[in-house]
Design a protein. Sequence first.
Length: 241
Amino acid sequence: MQITVAKNRDALNRKVADFLLQKEKEVLQEQDFFTVALSGGSTPKALYRLLSGDAYIHQFEWSKWHFFLGDERFVPVTDEQSNAGMCYKNLLEHLPVQDQQIHFFKTENTTPEKSAQEYEAVLRNFFTPAKTMDVLLLGLGTDGHTLSMFPYGKVLHEATKWVDYFWSASQNMYRLTLTKAAANLCSNAVFVVSGEDKQQAVYEVLKGSQPPQIYPAKLVDPLNGQVYWFLDEAAAAALDR
Ligand SMILES: O=C1O[C@H](COP(=O)(O)O)[C@@H](O)[C@H](O)[C@H]1O
């Protein structure tokens, strides 16, 4: 595992952007496409704007990228809560990419169950049984969740399917998510975490003794891949305790 701590959120995002440049280069020496699962929520918005802005947009080989999503809320893409909508707005709408390069969950004119099954098929068609995405971008909730793997969720036990769904009563919506089975076949799991409100969760996941049922991000442990944590100083503050 590699932990990188940056002074603040802007410096953190630059480090992640440089890491992605390096990984893209390495991967494209071995194969002619680069697969990345984007994370949702609010933290990656600034990273996505950085990647699609003047400083970085011309540095990547976007035509070689294939974009996936780590998890999704079962709402239309136009809904404020849609992870896909956030990714389009902050990143994809600004990039020279074709629709065929974007592989997201369907959330309209379908059911959560069908959507999960279809996404499973999309992933199984694209990847091999031994390896999923080159880079899996991940966030961390203040409660220790990553993807839509929430504390005590039944999805935490799913060891075979790559995609699952569940009803979240507290959020009043269905959620769709890659499971630990898919996450742990990625080549590079990359957590990007910023802000003081995340410091306790960061501490518990990296140094605490609580089980993964309570801090689900602990379940991310790729079989043949690496885990990277990119933190800003505020998120990392409790690690020195
Ligand atoms: O609900 C979600 O939360 C996590 C963390 O999001 P953040 O807003 O605290 O940055 C995110 O990684 C996940 O994709 C999202 O669906």
